[in-house]
Design a protein around this ligand. Structure first.
Ligand code: NAD
Ligand code: UFG
Length: 340
């Protein structure tokens, strides 16, 4: 069973490749290195003992995609990670996001249809729910998106749903909450380019001395300690969920052609709780101060995960401590490799 992973040298894609191989799948992957580096492939080999079948393909190039599929007749299913993901950047450059995230997905679906590949797992996001009252389940009404990035995820879900109504295509859309942490080996992890937007890379970069201090964006929210609440899911648990989703598709466990699942822990943690957990597992005191609210932040969100528990037979196994410990190990690994 060969699975194509798009965006496979990226953060979640690379962890998913490891878990697919652990589960006995053959994997091939494409990326254009827009937000990742070729050495991830070497590190995947160190972790799995396997050379990863890789081609540099840009999903915006529909001819390259069609050619790729024509040369790989044994692909059974696709896991589609390749996209741009920075919310703020999407506000400044909306067309970049619509071209890559929406246009790229359409190109992929056209090439899959031509190659008669009928199964796809799609990376969606909890951002599609906006300000919904947690715990958020999959039946929550989807409001108007609050960023072009969020809109690309809503549009892609609709395109996938329409296409699954029209042709023999089976889709699992996975709505991730906040992926954090890294592989235990510290050989792969999240590689934010420039100043990180996300909390956990900002924490680890501050602790290692790359940033002076962390600003907590607001402590006057209506939450127990006044800071925002999110559902932080360990990236290895998230990766394992993709294996469960692939098995769900290949074993035809679905009751409709388009299925959607939340992927989270089902538990919310505040920004201050994340900081305290980091301090406890790293033994480092973190330099931070309270700042003003960040525009666009929802007060609190966490997932209702019963659907994934019941239908995918998947549950998170790793704690916030595990996430912070492995994120910290990864940051230290990055520092050591810079020295070499
Ligand atoms: P990432 O940037 O680390 O990985 C994405 C990969 O796709 C990168 O390696 C990038 O080079 C590649 N890519 C981008 N455009 C491409 C193109 N045109 N052709 C080929 N490759 C291309 O991001 P990630 O965190 O691993 O996210 C993976 C997916 O999950 C994305 O679709 C993202 O929107 C979604 N998601 C991420 C989060 C998160 O917080 N990380 C949350 C919800 C959803
Ligand atoms: N935060 C800080 N300081 C920082 C960075 C973040 O206090 O330097 C806070 C944020 O205000 C928020 C929490 O940490 O309360 C988490 O922020 P992240 O940026 O790590 O994550 P978000 O929940 O904002 O982002 C997530 C996904 C995006 C998605 C977005 C939609 O990472 O892909 O939700 O809201 F689009």
């Amino acid at each position: 069973m060969k699975i194509l992973v798009t965006g496979g040298t990226g953060y979640i894609g690379s962890h998913t490749i490891v878990e697919l191989i652990n589960a006995g799948f053959d994997v091939c992957t494409i990326d254009n290195f827009d937000n990742s580096y070729p050495n991830v492939l070497d590190n995947l080999k160190k972790i799995t003992g396997k050379t990863i079948e890789f081609d540099e393909v840009d999903i915006r190039d529909k001819y390259a995609l069609k050619k790729y599929f024509s040369e790989k007749p044994d692909i059974e299913a696709v896991i589609h990670f390749a996209a741009n993901k920075a919310v703020g950047e999407s506000v400044k450059f909306p067309l970049k996001y619509y071209e890559n995230n929406v246009g790229g997905t359409i190109n992929l679906l056209l090439a899959m249809q031509k190659a008669d590949i009928n199964n796809i797992v799609f990376s969606s996001s909890c951002t599609v729910y906006g300000e919904a009252q947690p715990p958020v389940d999959e039946n929550t009404a989807i409001p108007i998106a609050n960023s072009p990035y969020g809109n690309t995820k809503q549009i892609c879900e609709e395109i996938l749903s329409d296409q699954s109504d029209a042709v023999n295509l089976h889709v699992v859309a996975l709505r991730y909450f906040n992926p954090v942490g890294a592989h235990e080996s510290a050989l792969i992890g999240e590689l934010p380019i420039g100043i990180p937007n996300n909390l956990v890379p900002f924490i680890t970069q501050t602790a290692i001395g790359k940033r002076e201090s962390l600003t907590v964006f607001g402590n006057d929210y209506p939450t127990p300690d006044g800071t925002n609440i999110r559902d932080y899911i360990h990236v290895v648990d998230l990766a394992i969920a993709h294996v469960a989703a692939i098995k769900y598709l290949l074993n035809k466990k679905y009751s409709s052609a388009f299925s959607v699942f939340n992927l989270g822990t089902g538990k919310g943690n505040s920004v201050l709780e994340v900081i305290k957990t980091f301090e406890a597992v790293s033994g480092q005191k973190l330099a931070y101060q309270i700042g003003s609210r960040r525009a666009g932040d929802v007060v609190q969100t966490y997932a209702a995960c019963n659907k994934a528990w019941n239908e995918l037979g998947w549950k998170t196994e790793r704690s916030l401590e595990d996430s912070m410990r492995t994120a910290w190990k990864w940051e230290q690994h990055l520092k050591n490799s810079e020295k070499k």
